[in-house]
Design a protein around this ligand. Sequence first.
Ligand code: CMX
Length: 136
Amino acid sequence: MNLTHIEHLGIAVKSIEAAIPYYENVLGLKCYAIEEVPEQKVKTAFFKIGQTKIELLESTDPEGPVGKFIEKKGEGVHHVAFAVEGLQETLNLVAEKGVNLIDKQPRKGAEGLNIAFLHPKSTFGVLTELCEDPKK
Ligand code: CMX
């Protein structure tokens, strides 16, 4: 298992347009990309802080994962994403250790990363994403 760093924190917001000024004008970060990920039913906005990114998530469909999350819990931290080397091998190891995988195989996420989620019910309440940069 080789987790290298926290790749990003996913934060659910009702509106990325409304949230961006807080990150830019108060925290002094710069939004460097806005990208829609139709398969995940979200629009994303990215900021960089050191090696880690902040990913704002606005739902494009109330029945999508972020739409349902905001409906139940309100805005806030939605998931933690770790960068890994060898995503498929890591998923196999995690499954062997009894963790419930949402994705048994990697799929495409924002920024061209290969991603897979672990179910929050088997990770002490934190929706956990593992991601691998296929260019590395
Ligand atoms: N963090 C912690 N718990 C969460 C959660 C989250 N982000 N999302 C849902 N849950 C909890 C719910 O509160 C609920 O708990 P209770 O049963 O105790 O009420 C339980 O998980 C089931 O939630 P649900 O609303 O019924 O939703 P589903 O089971 O349909 O889906 C999940 C939950 C995690 C499987 C789904 O959200 C998922 O597949 N997520 C992965 C994909 C994703 O989140 N994509 C958006 C980001 C994409 C990106 O980064 O690009």
